[in-house]
Design a protein around this ligand. Structure first.
Ligand code: URA
Length: 205
């Protein structure tokens, strides 16, 4: 079918893109990192999630959202009735940025220059996958996708338009849910996060 043909070519182009990204030197983050963590998921996925950057475990595994934040994300997707194997998951920045403290590698926030340098890859992924809906997980993803500083609290909870016209939704980053001071707050915020995912997913119908 035409869809298979498109999918087939899309997969070839995606493989080539991923391969190219493996050797990316657009910003200095490639030097201390183990590897590029490229996006993953079906090339024709209607729903795309963009996170911040790989963490310690993602850097080692070479896959996005497999560490603690990934586990929260998986739990929220399941609660929202979204099958992770049917969505495309990627990050705004594709190398792990960290500070070494003894044996530990502590997450460091990517800067505007790194987000800007890596936006090229996110744009390529979006052009290939052409999702009907793109969900920004947190401020770094939103900054990458919208090309400006975005306040999550103000833009959350409604359908937005990306500069290229695509539909978008902004929500918190799952790691935010891991940092909340008490259980009641964590439960409430988790519920809000699930509701965001549910609504973004529902807009595909
Ligand atoms: N946090 C992210 O933003 N992305 C990952 O892949 C893992 C943790």
């Amino acid at each position: 079918t035409a869809r298979d043909t498109v999918g087939g070519n899309g997969v070839i182009a995606w493989d080539a893109l991923r391969e190219e990204a493996a050797g990316c030197t657009r910003c200095p983050l490639y030097k201390p990192a183990t590897q590029t963590v490229f996006g993953e998921g079906p090339v024709d996925a209607p729903l795309m999630f963009v996170g911040e950057q790989p963490g310690d475990q993602e850097d080692i595994a070479g896959r996005p959202f497999v560490g603690p934040a990934g586990q929260v994300f998986d739990r929220a997707l399941a609660a929202a009735g979204v099958d992770r194997s049917r969505v495309y998951v990627t990050n705004a920045v594709k190398h792990f940025k960290y500070e070494q403290r003894g044996k530990r590698r502590i997450h460091a926030k990517p800067g505007a220059g790194e987000i800007e340098a890596c936006r090229w890859w996110v744009d390529q992924e979006r052009m290939l996958v052409r999702p009907k809906m793109t969900v920004a997980l947190g401020a770094t993803a939103a900054r990458s996708l919208f090309g400006r500083v975005v306040t999550i609290g103000r833009e959350r909870g409604r359908e937005l338009r990306l500069p290229d016209g695509g539909a978008a939704w902004i929500t918190v980053h799952p790691s935010y849910l891991l940092r909340l001071p008490d259980q009641a707050m964590a439960d409430e915020e988790f519920g809000r996060f699930v509701e965001d995912l549910r609504q973004a997913h529902a807009l595909l119908a």
